[in-house]
Every structure is written in C-alpha cells, then in structure tokens.
Design a protein around this ligand. Structure first.
Ligand code: NOJ
Length: 759
C-alpha cells in the first residue's frame, strides 16, 4: 500500500499539538543537555505570543543563498524580539552588532542563533564532502568538522547547516558533491562523524556549533538529477536508503534538521507530517528543532498544496517545521492562526521551547558575544592547514594506473621532466569547490605552484585551454608534452559546475578538454589525468586513451601540495569511491546496491554485442556494469584477497535475534612493492526473503596498512543488525534467508561465501 504522508488528520487541531508535542521524555543521548528544559520553560512563561513566534523566524543578513531576500527591517524586528535566528552574517563585528540589538534592545534579551553554511571548512577549506567521504575515514572527517567549528565559532557562528546527508545516485545532480555518496550505511556513519565534529563533546564550549542534518528528506532523489525536482520513492526505499543517514545524525545527537525543498511522493518535504513528525519525533524521539530550507514554506504554493502564504505557514507548522527560513510567513501568520483558534498556542510553545533549549545548550544566554580578536589567531592556523593537506591526500582516488594495457606510470618519481597541462593546473579558486564558505583563493596552493616548487626547471607548463570554451589550437601544450617524459593533465569542472542549482545534462569533461587530451597524446608520452570535479564524470574515452587517472574532486586550500606528494610518491593514494562512476550518462541512475531483475544478463556483459542475449535486462549499445564501481580505488601496491570464509554456515533466526553472530574472514596480502593502506569492505546479499534485497549491501569496512609481502586476517561479525531490513509488513527485522558474504576490495570484487539463516 502506498503510504500517505500528510494525513488528513494533520489538519485537525488535535494533531497540530501532537506534531509538536514530542513530550518531555529524556532523550536517548546527550541532546538536550540536563537543565536546559527547566530554563526554557521558565522563560517561555514570560513571553508574549508575538515574542514566541519571533523565535521561530529566521532571516539572512547579507549574501543571498536563495532566490531573493525579503525586504524586512531586521534591526527593528530584532529590537522587538521578532527574530530568533540570523544567518549569512559574516565577521565577528557584524555578528556581535546584530547580537547586541537582540540582547540589549529586545524586552527579554533572548540571544540570536547565528547560522551559516559551514560545509567543508570555514576559512581553511577542506576537500568537498564527496571527496572527504572517499577517505573512508570517519575520524578524519570528524576532525575536519571540528576545525570548521573552531574557525566558524571564532567569528560568532554557532550553527552550521551541515552535514548534508542526502543519498545521491545521480551524478547530474550538482549537490552530489555536498554529500557522502550513494550508500546508506556509510552515510549514517559519516553523518555521525560530522555531527560529533561540529557539536564537539559539550555544546557550551564556545567552539561548539550546532549541526543540522539536511535536507530532510529525499532531496537527493531528484528526478533526472535536476535540482529541486520532484521525488517519488516507496516507503521501503525511503526507510532502507534515504532515512538511515538522518537517523545516524539523530543518534549522534544532532540538534537540528532542515526540511527539504522537494515533494516526496506528492507531499512536499517541508509540509510532510509523516517524515517530520511520525518518523523524526515519534519513532526517533528527536527533541531538537526543524528549520525549513530557504523559502521552502512559501514554495508550498507553487507545489500546489497551498493557495496562499497563510495556508502554507499552517501546513508547514502543522507538519512539524519549527522555524521559517526566509519566507517571512511564520512572522506574518502564526500569531493570527493562534488567535483564530486554528493553531493551539501549546503547539507554538513546543517549537519555541525546542529553539530556546538549543540557545541554553550553547550557553548563549551567558555568553552571547564572540571575542573579536580570536579569528585572527585561529583561522588558517598551521595545524588547520596541515589537516587540510592530510584530508586532501586521503580523498584522492586512483582510478587507473597503467591503462590501456600499459605499465603503471604513477608514482612519477622526482627525476622526470613533467609537462603540466590543463585549465585546472593553476586554478586557485576552483580548488576550493562549491560551498567553500569563507575560503579564499589567495590561501590556495595550486598543483602548478606545488610541482614547480618540487621539480623546478623540470616542470613545463601550458594551460592548453579553458575549462569551458577557450582555444582549440593546442600547439603550446603539444610542444610542452614533446619536451617532457610524462604529461600530467589537470582537467575537469570549475567549482560552480556542481553544488546547488548546478545540475548538468552532460557529465563529460566540459569544453575542449577532451580534444586537448587527444592533441597532447600525439606527443606519444604517458598521460596522467588529474580530474577535478564535484561529481562522477563519464570517463570511458579517457580511460581508454590515457595511462593513469587520479580523481581529485575539489581538494581545498592544500590541493597542490597534497597532489604533488601523491603524484611524486611521497604518500600512496588510499581513497576509494563512495559513488559509482558510470560508463556513460545513459546508465544513470546507477548504483551498486541495486536489485536484481528477473532477467539478469546470462552471459557476458558485452554491451549488447552477444547475439544470444535478447530478452535480458541490458542495453543494446552499452554494458550494464559501471566504469568504476562503488568502493573502487587503486594504490601503489597490489592487494590480494583470499576467498571469504564463514565461522559457521548456518545460524537460526532465533540465535541471530538473541545476539549471536557469524564471523566472516578473509586473508588480505600486500603482493606489491610498497607499504600501502587498503580499505577492505564487507558486503552481504540476502535471498529468499519476503521482499527483494539488493545484489550487495555494504555492512562494514576496515582500513588496513600492510608492508610488502605482509598478510592479515580481516574479520567482521554478521549479526542481527547487519541482516535487518524493512520487510513485507514494513517491520525492521531479520528473516530466514540465504546469505552471501564478501570481503572485497570493492563492490564488484571478492570471492563470496554462502550461509543460511534458518527459520
Ligand atoms: C538553500 C540550501 O538548499 C541549503 O542547503 C542552505 O543551507 C540554505 N540555502 C541556506 O543557505
């Protein structure tokens, strides 16, 4: 049965108080911290209805990160307690000045929550989140978030609109750069890592900032990869794939959520009682607050579920959105809706209490201002920049080394003459990536600068062409290539080709870059591509025509030094993809954890050339398999995996439910020339279950460093948690099943073992 999201009942008064009546039970974790409830309650008693609604109102001060800024007199509103949060205010002085009006001029002196999109660093810019995810290192990601919080809070920001934990399976969608990729298990782990990093161990620490899990929910499923587009997914898919990262954030005590722009199975996410209240508050017990996305409440009108702003405000609030970002509809209508008896004041109280709780939790009442001399000491500190380099090195994914059919060309070693060619070799600004917050191109060390420092006169450089457009006469580039031993080509997308409102209908290398590669090849030198992009690009032609491909994403301020170290062999690459790289756009959406069809390919995946292959689920002109699967990544050594083994090949469902586990093992051996790290991955498949399950599901991973010739037994436990899914009755349970398990280098590798979960 399709699930009905916003129930008719949601429009009744009874439900409106329920929606916000998440109760006063103790939370499972550390948010809200002890004591804040009482203080929030005491303050609430002193507030007028207008002051209460004011706490649910948020405006941008400064740069617009949405279509238009509403014209309100913010200072006047602040002085009468009409705004609870300001975002996009930059710099300690500006932030303190606004705070001063709220604290010193308003009747109750309630401090403001100052918010900002601090996504992958504040001033010290780290790799884009999709790149950071390729490290498969949640601890590292947590450390980058911590540094971002330390820097942002030094300028008075105490709330970031991050992490973005939307699952994305379509590289056309520009915001794929902002998340952790396509896997729900990994997504949940990274969600927790970001939350811990931003919020720290104690929110009262002035260097802690509130995190915000966004965009709740389904936003990454935008049809055709076009930003803001509709999303229609089953409840099972929602629960199995799209919700787990949000639940991961909740389990790490995230203080806030942001409701998304999209419709979800017909019901806009910002008026979705099922997701915002039934699941978030009801099932998960979330006790923080939900902010809308930028004017997403007003967008209920174009979505067609409200004819006017008043109804839009009512529907969003009734569904469970506590704070209105930028639409000015709560400020305009909530008081009236209460006075007319359409909303209970009790429901308003619940939302306001949630907002006040966070302000008390942050210690804002005691300490509303930031120290205006702090930023100077903290931003871009030596340690922060060192972490930016470490994170960039961990984010690179070596997609190919020695193709097609040739010997490995990486690492380059320091004795070669290198021709560095391409529009991204010296593109400081583009290294920052989209959503670079206070990132500044003057802080960036480019690949050209770093290689030139390392190689001196052995480095030749030619830009070749622009990222988009530019010359088609590649003589200068070809001449440089002819003089060199090896060619490194820095190609890809500029930073604004991904991110919000930056969907592409082609995922090829833009402009004349492919033509540039083709021209440079004429020099007959090995070509190494360094690909900078905010999404997987379709690199089939490139893979067939160059020796090596290093996926570098947008690596941040230390792009150049990190790349130079990996290319020259000081550190081996260790990243692996958390998103599938297709052969061509026609395969999209493509992701590893898909279902098996009833007519899978019988023979070879040969792109339709096999004449006996009719009536099978395949293309007549393309393979089904991706170019580079989820989990893929090479390094400067080789690893071998033994076949997977199980400690027992049967387990009863009762034993599984009682906490017993099967131990899964494989031997990993470094069979190559140098010490490197490998990310061993655990996958399962369940068959014979009440609903179809994906061909593989990631259930664990471990980063292991081995010396040449060294072996290690890799071990994972499979228990109830790994085997649970949303079954035919929409219960999250394990079922009797045939179980296949792989310990593998990527989602298309490994030798499996079979077992049974007996009834
Ligand atoms: C719109 C974006 O969708 C969201 O991610 C961001 O946090 C807000 N604008 C605020 O800038």
């Amino acid at each position: 049965m399709p699930f009905s999201l916003l129930r008719g009942l949601a429009l009744s008064l009874a439900l409106v108080s329920l929606a916000h009546g998440a109760g006063t039970d103790s939370p499972a974790g550390g948010f809200p911290p002890p004591g804040v409830d009482e203080r929030a309650d005491a303050l609430l008693k002193r507030m007028t209805l207008e002051e209460k609604v004011g706490q649910l109102v948020q405006f941008s001060n400064g740069k617009a990160t949405g279509p238009e800024n509403v014209a309100v007199d913010q200072n006047e509103l602040l002085a009468r307690g009409g705004i609870g949060s300001i975002f996009n205010a930059i710099g300690a002085k500006t932030v303190n000045a606004m705070q001063r009006i709220a604290v010193e001029k308003s009747r109750l002196g309630i401090p403001l929550l100052m918010g900002l999109d601090v996504i992958h660093g504040y001033r010290t810019t780290f790799p884009i989140p999709l790149g950071l995810a390729a490290s498969w290192d949640p601890k590292l990601v947590e450390r980058t978030a911590r540094v971002a919080a330390i820097e942002a809070s030094a300028e008075g920001i105490r709330w970031t609109f991050a992490p973005m934990v939307d699952i994305a399976r379509d590289p056309r969608w520009g915001r794929i750069m902002e998340g952790n990729g396509e896997d729900p298990y990994l997504g949940a782990i990274y969600a927790g890592a970001y939350v811990r990093g931003f919020q720290g161990s104690d929110l009262r620490d002035p260097a802690s900032i509130l995190a915000c899990a966004k965009h709740y929910v389904g936003y990454g499923g935008a049809e055709a990869g076009r930003d803001y587009n509709s999303v229609d997914i089953s409840e099972r898919m929602l629960r199995d794939v799209y919700l787990p990262p949000f639940e991961g954030a909740k389990n790490a005590d995230v203080a806030t959520f942001m409701s998304a722009f999209n419709t979800l199975s017909g019901v806009p996410a910002s008026a979705n009682h099922f997701t915002l209240t039934t699941v978030l508050r009801g099932e998960w017990g979330f006790r923080g607050f939900v902010v809308s996305d930028w004017t997403s409440i007003a967008e209920l009108i174009p979505h067609g579920i409200a004819l006017d702003g008043r109804t839009a405000a009512f529907k969003a609030f009734a569904a469970g959105v506590d704070m209105d970002m930028q639409a000015n509809l709560y400020a305009t209508h909530l008081v009236g809706l209460v006075r007319e008896g359409r909303l209970e004041e009790r429901a308003i109280d619940d939302s306001v209490r949630s907002v006040l709780r966070t302000k008390y939790a942050l210690g804002l009442f005691e300490n509303p201002y930031c120290d205006e001399s702090l930023a100077e000491k903290v931003l871009l500190s030596k340690e922060h920049v060192a972490l930016a380099r470490e994170a960039a090195e961990a984010s690179f994914v070596l997609l190919q080394n020695g193709g097609p059919g040739g010997p490995p060309v990486l690492p380059l070693g320091a004795d070669k003459a290198v021709a560095l060619i391409g529009p991204l070799a010296d593109a400081a600004d583009d290294m920052l990536g989209e959503w670079a917050c206070q990132g500044n191109k003057n802080d960036v060390v480019t690949l050209r600068a770093a290689l030139s420092e390392r190689l001196g006169s052995k480095l030749l450089y030619a830009k070749g062409t622009e990222i988009v457009g530019g010359v088609k006469d590649f003589e200068e580039a070809l001449a440089a290539a002819r003089q060199a031993d090896v060619v490194v080509m820095a190609v890809g997308e500029h930073r604004h080709m991904s991110g919000e409102a930056a969907s592409r209908s082609s995922i090829d290398l833009p402009g004349n870059q492919r033509a540039l590669i083709e021209a440079v090849k004429a020099a007959g030198k090995p070509v190494v591509l360094v690909v900078f992009s905010g999404r997987p690009l379709a690199l089939s032609w490139e893979a067939a025509n160059v020796s090596a491909i290093l996926q570098a994403w947008h690596p941040g301020v230390q792009a150049g030094p990190a790349l130079a170290r990996v290319l020259l062999g000081d550190v081996p690459p260790a990243g692996k993809l958390t998103v599938t790289f297709p052969r061509s756009l026609g395969q999209v959406p493509i992701y590893y954890n898909h279902f098996k069809t009833g007519r899978p390919i019988g023979g070879e995946d040969d792109g339709g050339k096999d004449s006996g292959a009719r009536f099978q689920s395949r293309y007549i002109d393309e393979k089904n398999s991706p170019l580079f699967p989820f989990g893929w990544g090479l390094t400067y050594t080789t690893f071998e995996y033994s076949p997977t083994t199980l400690s027992r090949d049967r387990i009863s469902l009762a034993d599984l439910n009682a906490g017993k586990t099967i131990t899964v093992e494989a031997t990993l051996t470094n069979t190559g020339p140098q010490e490197c790290a490998e990310i061993a991955q655990l996958y399962i498949r369940l068959r014979g279950t009440s609903v179809a399950r994906p061909v593989r599901e990631l259930k664990g991973f471990e980063k292991i460093t081995l010396r040449p010739g060294e072996s290690r037994r890799v071990r994972f436990a499979i228990g109830k948690e790994q085997c649970e899914f949303w079954n035919i009755d929409m219960k999250h349970v394990a079922e009797p099943a045939a179980l296949t398990v792989w310990i593998a280098p990527h989602s298309a590798g490994g030798t499996p073992a079979d077992g049974m979960i007996d009834p």
